[in-house]
Write a protein that binds this ligand. Structure first.
Ligand code: PMP
Length: 328
């Protein structure tokens, strides 16, 4: 596998370092050890990851703060640490340490000169071009790209969710804690069933019928002032937003957070429900399976935690500066 070139400050031109947009609006990515235009980053049709889904990825956000003229990478180190864990599950390793990959990500964002919110997608994939399903005795590669990005689901009006008939892949089939590309077919089944049934997002249950998560979000429930979320052993992705919100809820809102199994019917009697995720951010849910959540409006705790989260990720709360990597 190609390794990450150490990123030296000299590799950015002065205009790139100052955050100027490249003149030609061509997005650059980092592919097989080099910065190349996204349109040139191609893999062959026999690539193992393409044939069998044998790859792991991360979804990361960077937030633009117009007052400070700064772009902040959110929890970059945590994402690369999780990616390293996902790689272990799939018998791979990353081309550098989490810190080196954070530096590479910052460099790529600078080279692209983004002055707007961005989405960052690193993927480590089994790159050998061969037939034969397995995890061992295969080469692997790394690709990193980023794009300008807005909301993934609505965060302002409240969304409608539906529980779906597809169950979350259990840990002994495809572990949800590894962010495995092939496992996202399970998410795709769930999201499509929910949307074709008229909902915005899916609630996916574990094989034994407990609430696991959304198609690409963790889920939180408020009952009698307690904030409750499924445990990491209920086939969820161990969400980085989930961990951040647990910290904010305890430290800033003084809430008690309980990680325990959640019955489906608890969603119907909850005071509030919201999704969390890098893409979804904090997305309040106002209806589930045709039942209003609480009084059918965004609840007060969901509103507070969502607003606080947006302030933190945009660099407006100094106490949480350590969540952020300034890019410029
Ligand atoms: N669950 C799944 C299945 C996801 O794809 C995501 C998005 N990465 C999440 C939960 C939320 O995780 P995070 O907060 O780390 O983005």
């Amino acid at each position: 596998m190609s390794t990450v070139n150490p990123v030296s400050p000299a590799s950015a031109t002065p205009s790139e370092a100052a955050g100027a947009r490249p003149v030609a609006r061509q997005v650059l990515c980092h592919f097989q050890g080099r910065f190349v235009p996204l349109a040139e980053a191609k893999v062959g049709v026999m690539t193992h990851a393409f044939l069998y889904g044998t790859a792991v990825f991360e979804g990361i956000r960077a937030y633009w703060n117009p007052e400070q003229g700064q772009l902040f990478g959110l929890k970059l180190r945590e994402h690369y640490e999780r990616m390293r864990r996902s790689c272990r599950v799939l018998l791979m390793d990353l081309p550098g340490t989490p810190d080196e990959l954070v530096a590479l990500t910052a460099e790529l964002l600078r080279r692209n000169g983004f002055r707007e919110d961005a989405y960052i997608r690193p993927t480590a994939y089994k790159s050998t071009e061969t037939i034969g399903v397995r995890l061992h005795k295969l080469e692997h590669e790394f690709v990193l790209f980023c794009l300008p990005f807005g909301d993934y689901v609505d965060t302002t009006h409240g969304i409608r969710a539906g529980s779906v008939s597809w169950r979350r892949s259990p840990d002994d089939a495809i572990p949800a804690r590894g962010k495995i590309v092939g496992a996202y077919v399970n998410s795709a089944f769930a999201k499509t069933e929910a949307q074709l049934n008229g909902y915005d997002e899916a609630i996916v249950l574990t094989a034994d019928g407990h609430v696991s998560e959304g198609s690409a979000e963790n889920v939180f429930v408020v009952r009698d002032g307690l904030l409750i979320t499924p445990p990491v052993t209920d086939d969820i992705l161990e969400g980085i937003t989930r961990a951040g919100l647990i910290e904010l809820a305890k430290r800033e809102l003084g809430l008690t957070v309980v990680e325990r199994r959640i019955d489906r019917s608890e969603l119907y009697v909850a005071d509030e429900v919201f999704f969390s995720g890098t893409g979804a951010q904090v997305a309040p849910v106002i209806e589930i399976d045709h039942r209003p959540v609480g009084d059918g409006q965004i609840g007060p705790l969901s509103r507070r935690i969502r607003d606080l989260y947006f302030d933190v990720v945009r660099g407006r709360v100094p106490a949480y500066a350590d969540w952020l990597t300034p890019i410029y």
